[in-house]
Design a protein. Sequence first.
Length: 369
Amino acid sequence: MALFLRSSSTLLAAVGALLTTALPAAAQDYRQPFHPDQLKGPPAGALNEVLVLGTPHLSNLDDGFKAESLTPLLDRLAAWKPTAIATEDLSGLQCDSLRRYPARYAETVRTYCWDPAPAALATGLDVPAANAEAERLLATWPAQPTAAQRRHLAALFLAAGERGSALVQWLRLAPEDRTAGDGLNDALVAMLNRIKDRANETYLISAPLAARLGLERLWSVDDHSADSPDPTDPEEKKAYEEAVIRAWDNPASTARRAEDVRLGAALDQPDGVLQMYRAYNSPGAPAMAYQSDFGANLVEPSPQAFGRRYVGFWETRNLRMVANMRDVLGRYPGTRMLSIVGAAHKGYYEAYLDQMHDVRLVDPEPVLR
């Protein structure tokens, strides 16, 4: 009997392997029956709501862009009253981790990570210790903190590698209280004053909005742990770049560029920036981004599968960014989160967030009217 069972098991395994080999289409046609997006409760207590705002990178806009033209956008976002704001920045903790693996992440660190060493010298705290101390203070943060407490928390956020959150504290200070002291030296003060006017969506939208709403911090949710160094072989690197660029050369890319030119030409109009945000957050924008970029690379035909490698990186990055947001929502149920991210991420953000049991997406169009 035991021999029969072993023989039967072997036979079934062989047949299964044969069917898998002979019927590849069956695997492609399989659709799993479990759908988390359809299992959303309702939960006990207030909902987690997320509004994903696709944004251009303000540093790339034409000279017609002026910071004051963001006022209509900021007014509408403030009226929605988010209780947390997530930004496309690497956290200080992730940068601290990436620095420990320079063979893979040296270029990533140079490109995306601010060096908190000056703040570490001023506070005596490294990145993990500064993060822990900031969290400890916020757990018992008074309703009316003193100027000294805000300066100290700003210094801690800088040492933690969280410049956006440091700027929130800086902006919440009265102008006459934006001085050195309590962990902030003259160099750190100069840096905060410099970044508050920089053409960057974290510094011109997220931090001012958080300060206006009475929030104490931002949440850095970007993720570059899927980055890999460029190929060491110059020919392979060149072939990779050429394959991706060829994939980008398509009608959808042409249409996107034309739309950007049209929107950019109107930036000096009173509602020009608001019109740009409405376009970037229209229902058809994610599909256009896919067709012009990731969908084109998915079918890029190089033998080395360069396009598929690129798409793999992109999907992994977005999954991890969404996981960082879900972590915040899990820690603070009932959060009303505004997530500001480069527009190409928007469709992936919403698709992945919608899989979460305890996340409800918010349509940005009514908010931007």
